[in-house]
Design a protein around this ligand. Structure first.
Ligand SMILES: CC(C)(COP(=O)(O)OP(=O)(O)OC[C@H]1O[C@@H](n2cnc3c(N)ncnc32)[C@H](O)[C@@H]1OP(=O)(O)O)[C@@H](O)C(=O)NCCC(=O)NCCS
Length: 271
């Protein structure tokens, strides 16, 4: 894990002697890797990326020690992205351009973040989370596994700004939040729920509910939405979509069973 192949690090990149970088990592032009960044094998870092961006104390104190930043194996970090020191990013992470990830954030395995996503810090994301472009997560947001946040979703945390009373929202496993939705502080989006485009969510959303409109109201149960041509249910989405998901080589039901039922929160609708 220590040492690195200099042929794969661009001549203009600056890499701290106190970074731990696997031998096969590639680093693009003008990128900067600060102290205490740990990069596992198979990671590709594009041009003008900053990893381990120091906290503001770095600029004020000689005593400052950069907290560790972990970048999991096989990740792809595209140009212009900045990841602050003091976060952990799981294996197989992929991001677009100009993504910002602040300190204190934990991201699980096989997640992605589209161009211009802004993860404000102290957020927790599970595995297989998909953030499309321009998603903004305020501090203390908690996101489960296999959650989709589509372009321009904003998750807030301060009900009466400006204040220091932050209440992060929680988005449970398999939930889908459509384009441009805004989640107000502290709301909980239930397992497998769908939040419609442009919804303004002020209250908790029950599992499997479809909510839409500003302010969001429950329009029904997502499992009752039917594909008009095929007559098939659209949701749970996991039973008809598998690209990039842990059940990609099988099907959702088989995979769920193999997980010992732990991943079986998606029940068919009754009645
Ligand atoms: C929420 C959503 C899934 C509902 O789709 P649907 O079940 O096909 O809904 P319908 O078109 O049958 O509409 C049913 C009713 O809800 C209303 N409605 C549907 N979606 C709405 C929304 N996002 N906001 C407000 N009202 C909405 C419709 O106007 C309609 O009302 P009516 O019966 O008075 O005419 C869909 O609107 C949506 O947001 N899709 C996600 C789009 C997106 O962001 N994709 C990802 C990025 S590409």
């Amino acid at each position: 894990m220590r040492g690195c192949d200099l042929r794969k690090i661009h001549a203009t990149a600056q890499v701290s002697e106190n970074a731990k970088i696997a031998a096969d990592v590639t680093i693009g032009a003008f990128s900067i890797i600060y102290d205490n960044v740990h990069i596992e094998h198979g990671v590709h870092i594009g041009p003008s990326v900053i990893l381990g961006e120091p906290h503001s104390a770095y600029y004020r104190s000689e005593e400052y020690e950069n907290p560790p930043l972990m970048i999991g194996a096989g990740s792809l970090i595209r140009s212009g992205t900045v990841v602050y020191a003091g976060s952990t990013i799981g294996e197989g992470f992929q991001c677009g351009h100009h993504v910002v990830i602040r300190e204190g954030t934990t991201i699980g395995a096989h997640c992605s973040a589209g161009t211009f996503c802004d993860i404000e810090g102290y957020c927790t994301l599970g595995d297989y989370v998909r953030l499309h472009s321009h998603v903004h997560l305020c501090q203390h947001t908690v996101v489960g596994n296999c959650v989709w946040l589509f372009p321009g979703v904003t998750v807030t945390n301060d009900l009466h700004p400006p204040s220091d009373e932050f209440r992060g929202a929680m988005i449970e496993d398999y939930a889908v939040v459509a384009t441009g939705a805004v989640l107000l502080p502290g709301v909980r989006i239930g397992n497998s729920a769908v939040v419609g485009a442009s919804a303004l969510v002020r209250k908790d959303v029950p599992p499997h509910a479809l909510v839409a409109q500003p302010p969001a109201r429950v329009m029904g149960d997502v499992r009752q939405i039917i594909l008009s041509e095929a007559g098939e249910p659209v949701y749970p989405w996991a039973t008809r979509f598998k690209r990039g998901m842990p059940w990609e080589d099988t099907d959702f039901e088989t995979w769920s069973r193999e997980q010992g039922g732990r991943q079986h929160p998606i029940a068919p609708v009754r009645g």
